[in-house]
Design a protein around this ligand. Structure first.
Ligand code: EPU
Length: 337
């Protein structure tokens, strides 16, 4: 374990922002993690996973601990299910492909989401009608203050739409070191209800898709709409889709009859932020090296040398314009540091 000073984080965040860590260390085992936490008790610490859900607007004046724990294994199985434990530093998409190669079902709709396994529970990642909570069993963590090992069950994680306990009361208190998923061995619950998947499968004349075909359809849709962070810096959806009271929706809808919505409960609806941002005129716009993606208005992009501050300023401009036009507040999904 080598601690490096004044370390560039450009390669460690998918926005590709140049920012420096005062100190940086990568840990490759739970033992190494516990040791570094125990020997740096009083210093400020910053836990870094895949760097796919953060916008760095400044240097990090702390010890950055990069979680580089690798490995995945089947820990239990019965006739219908297997329980798989993946270490936190595994690349999410590679883990999804591994599960499909082993004919294990449940993760296929979440193909190609950037980031590492260890950060997936934090915001309960999801796509195309599936969320991590649907297959999640538990996650193992290390308590930052005491170095004790603590397991969180699904109920304890308090999952919601892009929400969990790790964004609330457990924030900055634990490091997730591994995640256990329960996946199907047979009778896979193929979920193609999300409109775009059905269309994509129909294009290829697939009527009863297998796991691989669903995954390939998701990959094709994502590639057509979402930029590859290796080619264009980004952090996926920058904003959450706002969940608003029905009355507010009805008021906005009366003025903007094309506004799409999904019913969440009897009193609330969810409105696609991408639609609001597009209608507010931002889709495809560029301000210096910061911009809004041309195919998906929810995604902010770095054309090369944008600073975090510049991207943050664009996000503020979008929020103010959307609020002004529709009376709807949109919140960042990405962690602004
Ligand atoms: N829309 C627009 N303009 C846009 C983008 C979207 O009008 O520029 C409209 C679409 O026409 C559609 C609606 O918004 O009516 C929803 O669009 P889409 O199906 O593309 O999904 P989304 O709500 O924009 C969410 C997730 C994505 C996830 C997709 C698919 C959030 C914040 N985002 O996006 O997640 O891939 O659904 O399930 O919930 C991510 O979190 O990084 C991410 C990419």
């Amino acid at each position: 374990m080598q601690i490096q000073n004044n370390f560039s984080l450009k390669k460690y965040n998918t926005f590709g922002i140049e920012a420096k860590a005062k100190q940086f260390v990568a840990v490759h085992s739970v033992e190494e993690l516990k040791q570094i936490l125990a020997t740096h008790k009083t210093e400020a610490k910053f836990i870094l996973g895949g760097g796919s859900n953060m916008l760095l607007t400044q240097d990090i004046n702390a010890l950055v601990i990069h979680i580089d724990l690798k490995g995945k294994k089947i820990i239990k199985e019965d006739n219908d299910y297997v329980w798989v434990e993946s270490q936190a530093g595994e690349v999410w998409h590679e883990f999804v492909l591994w599960s499909i190669d082993h004919n294990l079902g449940g993760l296929e709709n979440m193909s190609l989401i950037p980031g590492n396994v260890g950060t997936t529970p934090v915001q309960n990642i999801g796509a195309y009608g599936t969320e991590i909570k649907d297959t999640f069993v538990s996650c193992n963590t290390v308590d930052i203050a005491t170095q004790e090992l603590v397991t969180f069950t699904k109920a304890e994680c308090k999952f919601g739409y892009r929400e969990s306990i790790f964004k609330q009361e457990a924030k900055d208190k634990y490091v997730i070191t591994s995640v256990v998923f329960k996946l199907t061995k047979r009778n896979h619950k193929i979920n193609t209800a999300y409109g775009d998947i059905t269309k994509e499968l129909e294009k290829n004349n697939i009527v009863t898709p297998n796991l691989k075909e669903v995954s390939n359809a998701v990959i094709a849709i994502r590639k057509s709409k979402l930029p590859d962070p290796k080619e264009l810096g980004n952090s996926g959806s920058f904003f959450k889709n706002p969940i608003i009271p029905k009355e507010l929706y009805e008021k906005a809808h009366a003025q903007f009859p094309d506004m799409p919505h999904y019913v969440v409960s009897e009193t609330e609806v969810k409105v696609p932020a991408g639609w609001l941002i597009e209608q507010a005129g931002f889709k495809g716009k560029r301000f210096g090296d910061a911009g809004i993606h041309k195919n998906q208005a929810l995604v902010l992009v770095n054309y090369g040398n944008a600073t975090g501050q510049e991207i943050f300023a664009v996000s503020k401009d979008i929020q103010a314009t959307v609020l002004n036009k529709f009376g709807i507040a949109i919140e960042a999904e990405v962690n602004v540091i």
